[in-house]
Design a protein around this ligand. Structure first.
Ligand code: GLN
Length: 276
């Protein structure tokens, strides 16, 4: 069968508005080719073995399995990251957290950064790459997640990142940092979205946190103070409807210059404050 026809057939088999893009990602994975190759080789014939392999992946996707877990990689910021079912699939909106952190991390001098709940390493590794003079510590409670993050750091040749296992600030020991970032779980346990789409397949501990979704954020805001240097920033991602609550939390714990930034869709997404 021709490449073009295979793609058209898979696009019809997949639900949702991204069917075409997802079919192309799966076919590129099977053939190990670039996007440009697919366009240029629409008339090439694909042998039966590779066609069967592709159709098996399309069938998995049609049953709901996330594309990122099927192909094992996901782009984030300027990185390509390995992802497994042990880690959250990095989201484009989390790049806002990286950008806000980079604004507070000098490029020309050393600085220390901690990323709490690093998962695939997305946030920590994007920062480490953009700021080679910064020393980044990436933590996670999950040993399996840390293994994925460590493998990503090695594959990307990033040597300014260290790893520590443990809950939130517990993993930091008695170290202090100039910037602490986190994309913690922030969905309410009973939220019906947890039973939809990619979220069904992702680690529950990476997504949900207590009855109102704020359990992890409460611990992070409370404990990060003791791990920040004077003037140091805490920045974290949260749900679109949690901005007012997290600003209150930050103010209750005496952070100053408390702010919230909206993502590209205009939803409150990242908040932060610093230690006076
Ligand atoms: N820090 C990782 C990310 O942003 C994982 C976040 C998480 O598991 N909640 O993708």
């Amino acid at each position: 069968m021709r490449v073009g026809d295979l793609l058209a057939q898979a696009t019809r088999a997949l639900p949702g508005p991204d069917a075409r893009r997802e079919a192309a990602l799966l076919l590129r994975h099977v053939l190990d080719v670039s996007e440009a190759w697919l366009v240029a080789h629409a008339d090439d014939t694909i042998d039966a073995g590779r066609r069967a392999a592709f159709e098996a992946l399309v069938a998995r996707r049609a049953k709901g399995e996330p594309v990122a877990y099927i192909v094992g990689v996901r782009g984030f910021h300027d990185l390509e990251l390995e992802v497994t079912r042990d880690v959250l699939i990095p989201r484009p909106e989390t790049e806002l957290l990286v950008e806000l952190a980079l604004q507070r991390i000098p490029a020309d001098t050393g600085c220390t950064v901690a990323d709490l709940g690093t998962g695939s390493g997305a946030v920590a590794l994007a920062i480490a790459k953009a700021r080679p003079l910064a020393r980044v510590v990436a933590t996670d409670a999950s040993a399996a997640a840390l293994q994925v993050a460590r493998a990503n750091a090695e594959r990307l040749g990033l040597r300014n990142v260290g790893f520590a296992q443990g809950d939130w600030c517990v993993a930091l020991g008695d170290a202090r940092f100039d910037v602490i970032v986190s994309n913690p779980p922030y969905i309410a346990e009973g939220d019906p979205h947890l039973r939809e789409g990619d979220l069904r397949f992702e680690p529950r501990t990476a997504l949900a946190s207590g009855a109102d979704g704020l359990d992890a954020i409460r611990v992070i805001v409370r404990d990060a103070r003791a791990h920040l240097r004077e003037g140091g920033w805490l920045l974290f991602e949260h749900g679109f409807d949690q901005g007012a609550d997290v600003r209150d939390l930050l103010l209750d714990h005496s952070y100053v210059e408390v702010f919230t930034r909206q993502d590209l869709e205009g939803r409150e997404r990242v908040s932060g404050g610093r230690i006076a």
